[in-house]
Design a protein around this ligand. Structure first.
Ligand SMILES: Nc1ncnc2c1ncn2[C@@H]1O[C@H](COP(=O)(O)OP(=O)(O)OP(=O)(O)O)[C@@H](O)[C@H]1O
Length: 250
């Protein structure tokens, strides 16, 4: 660790990635504090997904630093290592096991931590059951726990998948466009839910829905052309002429 690097959960400095000469990330720098909930906005092609891919080890940067918990160099780890370190990622489309119950989806996710062999012979402890109940309450699915995941609404499937990630106890949760396709009520509830989750871990959420971003009430980073255009409160960022020109005014 260098003397100059601040204490952080996630630290990106001067990250560059090019695809066939096109700079998807262009000197991107970003710091996420332990326990922080951060919203990321920006136009299509700004580099938001590529940033998530760099953090999770799916894409390697051409240059720049990516550190987790100050000292772990994520550019030297593969995707499985990074997941084990405690970085969970929720993709835009929900991927729950539709023909299993909500409870079983969470049980499978809890067991995934234990590996295949122990999963085969594992029976849930009282502690595991309490953890599943706790997650069910967090993701607003306590009343649906014995129903098939396939019978849930789109929004509830998104919540279930967030619950499945929580079962793995991530220190950092990356969430890509969670409210796309949700009803207005589900969108409002998702902001509350993510704020609750961020009490016990850091969350980075990418979204285009500005009403939802406003509801979150947290620090916002606007990306454009692969780097940070503006960062601060939603009022600060949404009044920035560069953000209006590149994103909000489009
Ligand atoms: N594997 C790849 N090969 C070639 N180009 C890529 C690849 N991945 C991303 N890009 C390009 O890099 C740029 C940044 O894409 P990225 O998906 O990170 O943007 P984004 O901010 O997530 O956009 P959106 O809001 O549309 O999801 C885009 O122009 C995209 O076409």
């Amino acid at each position: 660790m260098t003397e100059t690097r601040p204490r952080s959960l996630l630290y990106l400095d001067n990250v560059c990635v090019s695809f066939d000469g096109f700079k998807a990330l262009n000197s991107l720098s970003l710091v996420i504090e332990p326990g922080e909930l951060r919203a990321i906005i920006g136009p299509n092609g700004a580099g938001k997904t590529t940033m998530m891919d760099i953090i999770t080890g799916k894409t390697r940067p051409d240059s720049g630093e990516v550190f987790f918990e100050d000292s772990v160099d994520l550019t030297k780890k593969d995707e499985a290592d990074i997941a084990r370190l405690g970085i969970g990622r929720k993709f835009q489309k929900p991927t729950v096991f539709e023909s299993h119950t909500v409870w079983d989806n969470l049980e499978l996710a809890l067991n995934r931590k234990r590996g295949v062999f122990s999963t085969l012979f594992y029976t849930l402890t009282e502690e595991d059951k309490a953890r599943i109940e706790e997650i069910l309450a967090t993701v607003r699915l306590g009343h649906r726990s014995h129903e098939l995941a396939g019978s849930l609404s789109h929004g509830q499937k998104q919540w279930l998948e967030i619950g499945m990630l929580l079962a793995q106890e991530p220190k950092l949760l990356l969430v890509d466009e969670p409210v796309a396709g949700m009803t207005d009520a589900e969108t409002v509830e998702t902001a509350i839910l993510l704020k609750e989750i961020a009490k016990t871990r850091s969350v980075v959420v990418v979204e285009h829905d500005m009403g939802f971003i406003r509801d979150l009430g947290v620090k916002v980073t606007c990306l454009a052309e692969g780097s940070v255009l503006a960062e601060g409160s939603i009022d600060y960022v949404s009044n920035d002429p560069k953000v209006i020109e590149n994103y909000l005014g489009r």
